[in-house]
Design a protein around this ligand. Structure first.
Ligand code: MLT
Length: 204
C-alpha cells in the first residue's frame, strides 16, 4: 500500500502492457477488487485506489445525498481529483495510458462513468459493473472514443433497466462504443458477469 496525491492505493505490477484501474463500491477499499482484476486478466498490472469520501465510515468515491441521489458538486470535484491521480500514477509507474482499462463496481463504476463523460481521453476503455447515470453534463460533444462494457443485473433493485439504457445512450452520445449486458443477477456480481467481461476484454 502506498499514497500518491493523497489516494491510498494498491499497485500490482503486471507482465503485459495492460493496466486495470480497479474502483471499488461503497464500503470497499483498495484491496477489494484485486482478485476480480486478477481473474479478468492475470497478466495485467492492477492500480486500485481507495475512495476518499467516508459515509458512516464507508469509503466512497464521491458524496451522495441518498441512495442514487448524488452530490453533483462533490462528484465533479472528485472526478477531477481521481482523473489527476490516474494521470500521475500512470507516469509514476510508467504505465501505458492507451492500455488503461477501468473496472468499476457500483459507486466505483459511477465515478468511472463520470470520468468518461467529463474527462474524455483519460480512460480509453472501461468495464462498468452495476453502473448508474452519475450526472448529465451540460455540454456533450461526441469526442469520447472509449470502448465501454456496461454489465448490469436483471434483478438489480438499485439500478433499473431504464437507468442502464439511459447510461448506455448517454455514453454513446458522448462518442463511446458501448456494449450493454444484463446478467441473471442482482446488484452483486455473478460468474456470468466475469465471463462476459473476460470475453469483452479478449477482443482488445
Ligand atoms: C452504491 O451503493 O454505491 C450506489 O448504489 C451507487 C452509488 O452511490 O454511487
Amino acid at each position: 500500500m502506498s499514497t500518491l496525491l493523497d489516494f491510498v492505493h494498491e499497485f500490482v505490477p503486471g507482465s503485459s502492457p495492460r493496466t486495470l484501474l480497479l474502483l471499488h463500491g461503497t464500503g470497499g477499499n483498495e484491496r477489494d477488487l484485486l482478485a476480480l482484476g486478477q481473474s479478468l486478466d492475470p497478466a495485467a498490472a492492477l492500480l486500485s485506489p481507495r475512495g476518499r469520501v467516508l459515509e458512516n465510515g464507508m469509503p466512497r468515491f464521491f458524496r451522495r445525498l441518498a441512495e442514487g441521489v448524488f452530490d453533483l458538486d462533490d462528484l465533479k470535484t472528485r472526478t477531477d481529483e481521481l482523473a489527476r491521480f490516474v494521470v500521475a500514477a500512470t507516469e509514476q509507474y510508467r504505465l501505458d495510458p492507451a492500455q488503461l482499462i477501468a473496472v468499476g463496481y457500483s459507486n466505483g463504476a459511477n465515478i468511472a462513468a463520470s470520468i468518461l463523460l467529463l474527462r474524455p481521453g483519460i480512460l480509453p476503455r472501461a468495464i462498468l459493473f452495476r453502473a448508474m447515470v452519475p450526472l448529465v453534463p451540460e455540454q456533450l460533444s461526441a469526442e469520447n472514443k472509449a470502448d465501454v462494457l456496461i454489465a448490469e443485473g436483471e434483478r438489480d433493485p438499485i439500478v433499473s433497466r431504464d437507468e442502464a439504457h439511459r447510461l448506455a445512450a448517454l455514453l454513446r452520445q458522448a462518442g463511446a462504443q458501448v456494449t450493454l449486458h444484463f446478467a441473471r443477477a442482482d446488484h452483486s456480481l455473478s460468474t456470468q458477469d466475469i465471463d462476459v467481461a473476460q470475453r469483452w476484454l479478449a477482443q482488445f
